[in-house]
Design a protein around this ligand. Structure first.
Ligand SMILES: [Cu+2]
Length: 158
């Protein structure tokens, strides 16, 4: 900054003498200084706040199979979820729920509770109430940690 100001002052003095070249040099130098100041002040601006982490505290993994596949609207479907920890080891004694959500409209609350079958497997039954695109949002809670995974499912007509 000190360098920028000390160069600007002599240029202004020269432009005061009335030389056209000196005036232009002064303007260009002034513009350059403004750009420099803008860049410096941009660096001083606080960075936008970091987004809240989208990952749940527990980074386990789940798989879902729906039977029949594809499922049929208004007919019972079986949901089988396998829950694993970070290392791929089966997680038993978790509380597992699956929310069935139609992606194109609000179909109301439709939740399936899955029962522990041992070895990280959970089983439940539910119904998709309309044909079309749905997601199955599975939430597993184990040892106070929560994991979540969303599976897209296309439901066929009866
Ligand atoms: Cu619908």
């Amino acid at each position: 900054m000190n360098i920028g100001i000390s160069t600007r002052i002599p240029i202004r003095q020269r432009s005061g003498l009335g030389t056209l070249a000196a005036t232009w040099t002064g303007r260009i130098a002034a513009c350059g200084l403004l750009v420099l100041l803008a860049l410096l002040s941009a660096c001083d601006k606080p960075k936008p706040a970091a987004k809240a982490p989208v990952e749940p505290p527990w980074h386990g993994k789940m798989t879902l199979s729906v039977v029949p596949s594809p499922p049929v609207s208004n007919k019972e479907a079986t949901f089988q979820v396998h829950v694993m920890d970070e290392s791929g080891k089966a997680v038993s004694s978790a509380s597992v729920k699956a929310a069935l959500v139609m992606t194109t409209m609000d179909m109301g609350k439709n939740e399936v509770t899955l029962a522990d079958q041992g070895n990280g497997d959970y089983l439940g039954k539910g119904k998709f109430t309309m044909a079309g695109p749905w997601t199955v949002n599975v939430v597993a809670v184990a040892n106070g940690s929560r994991g979540q995974q969303t599976f897209p499912v296309v439901v066929h007509r009866e």
